[in-house]
Ligand binder design. Structure first.
Ligand code: PHE
Length: 415
């Protein structure tokens, strides 16, 4: 049932009995929502980047964390699982849960898939943003594609202990290889493990406060967890509208991963968070499918430049009833000493007449008649009700009222 090859991002992969990437998931590969300007996931990714850039500066004033957001989601089984010590028979590898391109490649199931190579490349602090793919039921909280941000920070002895570095150690020489407890891996001293744990939890608590803090008071709790690639491991849960939501997984990276990647003198923390979960809480978005909407009624709600986390829009449910677009063109009134036309005058008027039945108004054309020097504007008004399907005659009537009022109040000349 599959062609002998599948083509993804211009590269051909032979198919085999593992292949289960379907057409609908392939369409999603092209969307790149975190790169789409003004998309809520783009806003959130920018806020997270901003937090790390402003909070963590090295001694030359440069950001400590290197950020990647453009790796291909097609990764090897080695990257997604083996390099992270996921056992060969671990459930997460199942064909039923992942989208396999073939036995060797899959659509990454987490952005953690890039950690090994980035550590190997010599980086000590980095974040990776990307789309991830998991086969799942589709409902308001699950969708087969979502987005993650993973972060890793490595410490060597001097970074970890600073001026105490002479007296303290990352590695437990006496007990090496004997004792793994719920608190730490066998290789590390309790001091080293605890300092890294503290740094990890502190970083993530500050991040959560930065993202959500201004608008609502948040309750958080750390819950212990298990991942093949970290020990100890935790999940962070936050309370929102009376329910507890798990918003990230994290832990102290398995020493073996560091050793395999050539960073054996270090200890590191790692975390991974799901952007949709965060955005749903931050913007009050009730359904994960909404992120894939191409409806202007959704996207136009987030059209603002917000690099500094000053403003948070709460999402307004997009209507299930159809939109009715209607255009209006007019010559602007001549400029006088006391009045010069401004589009906002028209927007206010439309809102006044149309109320909640107007979803959006956009200037779609603007030109000057070379002879008369008169300027013409054309606006598209999208009418839509939250409660019912609007009839054409009702829309026409409203549109006429807007025309009449614009003539009377602003002095425009309808074309
Ligand atoms: N990759 C894990 C997930 O997708 C999250 C995680 C990342 C946990 C890094 C620990 C460390 O659920």
């Amino acid at each position: 049932k599959y062609d002998p090859t599948v083509k993804l991002f211009g590269r051909e992969y032979p198919t085999d009995e593992w292949t289960n990437v379907n057409k609908s998931i392939q369409d999603k590969l092209e969307r790149k929502l975190i790169h789409q300007k003004y998309h809520p996931l783009n806003h959130l990714a920018n806020k997270i980047k901003h937090f790390f850039y402003k909070t963590y500066i090295n001694r030359n004033g440069n950001p400590l964390f290197t950020i990647f957001d453009n790796f291909s989601p097609v990764v090897s089984v080695e990257q997604n699982f083996d390099s992270l010590l996921t056992p060969k028979d671990h459930v997460s590898r199942s064909k039923k849960d992942c989208f396999y391109v073939n036995r060797n490649y899959l659509l990454r199931a987490h952005t953690t898939a890039h950690d090994n190579e980035l550590i190997r490349s010599g980086l000590n602090c980095f974040l990776t943003f990307g789309d991830v793919y998991r086969r799942d039921e589709i409902d308001s909280k699950h969708y087969p594609v979502f987005h993650q941000c993973d972060g890793v920070r490595l410490f060597d002895k001097n970074e970890l202990f600073k001026d105490k570095a002479l007296e303290m150690d990352i590695f437990d020489k006496d007990e090496a290889g004997i004792k793994r407890t719920f608190e730490k891996q066998e290789y590390y001293t309790l001091d080293a493990s605890k300092i890294v744990e503290y740094d990890l939890k502190n970083t993530l608590t500050k991040l959560v406060q930065f993202i959500f803090g201004n608008n609502c008071k948040l309750n958080m709790k750390w819950v212990s967890a298990t991942f093949p690639f970290t020990h100890p491991s935790w999940e962070l849960e936050i309370e929102y509208k009376g329910n507890w939501y798990e918003v990230l997984g994290c832990g102290i990276l398995e020493q073996k991963i560091l050793t395999n990647a050539g960073a054996e003198n270090h200890i590191a923390w790692a975390f991974g968070l799901g952007l949709e979960r965060w955005a749903m809480i931050l913007y009050d978005i009730p359904d994960i499918r909404v992120f894939w909407s191409t409806d202007e009624g959704f996207l136009s709600q987030f059209k603002y430049d917000d690099p500094t986390h000053s403003k948070i829009t709460k999402y307004k449910q997009v209507s299930v009833y159809p939109p009715c677009p209607c255009d209006i063109s007019f010559w602007l009134p001549d400029k006088t000493d006391s009045y010069e036309y401004n589009s906002n005058d028209f927007y206010d008027l439309v809102r006044e007449v149309g109320g909640d039945l107007v979803e959006q108004v956009t200037l779609i054309d603007n030109f000057e008649n070379k002879k008369t020097k008169k300027i013409s504007h054309c606006y598209r008004i999208i009418y839509r009700s939250m409660e019912r399907t609007l009839s054409q005659s009702e829309v026409n009537e409203l549109h006429k009222k807007i025309e009449a009022k614009a003539k009377e109040q602003i002095g425009v000349q309808i074309r």
